[in-house]
Ligand binder design. Structure first.
Ligand SMILES: [Zn+2]
Length: 235
């Protein structure tokens, strides 16, 4: 998962009981399953030295359980990330209850769609009455979409151009960022830092359509919220 804006201070640890309570109402069997994973140490939300600074959920191939790691920053982002990763875990849990193996074998893009919808539904359930939280959530959701589109365009160029040099890659990335996310600001003093940001996006090398599908998953999530929310958060 990518980094995002950090605006509101919040403790994930304190929020865990409310998240689990909501999960119990949603699917009591999954709640029992997740609670056991928590007790068995499969969910790691502690801050430690040298811990990877992003959240992830990994399916364990033999046990079919999953392991979740969150890098806590004491902000709302911890809660968004945690719920998102639990969404991946819930998706895995549901898939393994399907009888046909082929139906369980969903790709990254479908996995992200499920996790984003799960994330937005739970966040609206938990914080629907806290306008500052919902605005913060929608804000970080919307502003990350152009960056994902920029990464996708960069990825497409990398895949289709013949061996661009290191300098050509940096220049190309900078041009694309100026087109999508940085056209209104002067980033000249920071260009040397900004032109290498793509190196932190590991899926560039592993998953051809990851970033554009990630953007579609976020748009689908926003669309779903706009359809089903009776609150006027979108204006
Ligand atoms: Zn995800």
């Amino acid at each position: 998962m990518e980094n995002g804006k950090i605006d509101i201070s919040y403790s994930l640890q304190e929020c865990i009981p409310s998240i689990f309570q909501l999960l119990e109402e949603l699917d009591s069997d999954f709640y029992i399953y997740l609670s056991q994973l928590w007790l068995d140490g499969y969910i790691d939300i502690e801050m430690r030295k040298r811990k990877v600074d992003f959240g992830f959920c990994i399916e364990l191939p033999y046990s079919k359980k999953f392991f979740i790691s969150i890098y806590p920053t004491n902000s709302m982002m911890d809660i968004y990330y945690f719920i998102h990763e639990v969404g991946h875990g819930y998706h895995n849990y549901l898939k393994h209850n399907l009888s046909h193996y082929t139906e369980r074998n969903t790709n990254n893009e479908v996995n992200e769609l499920f996790a984003h919808l799960f994330e937005s539904i739970l966040i609206f359930q938990l914080f629907g009455n806290q306008k500052d939280v919902i605005r913060n959530y929608l804000n970080q959701l919307v502003i990350s979409i152009p960056f994902n589109v920029a990464i996708h365009e960069f990825q497409e160029k990398l895949y289709t151009q013949q061996y661009p040099s290191a300098k050509e890659k940096k220049d190309l990335f900078l041009d694309i960022l100026k087109k999508y996310t940085h056209h209104c600001v002067n980033i000249e003093p920071y260009e040397k830092e900004v032109n290498s940001l793509w190196l932190m996006q590991e899926q560039i090398f592993s998953t051809p359509f990851y970033y554009i599908e990630y953007s579609y998953a976020k748009l689908a999530s926003l669309y779903h919220l706009a359809l089903h929310s009776d609150k006027n958060f979108f204006y």
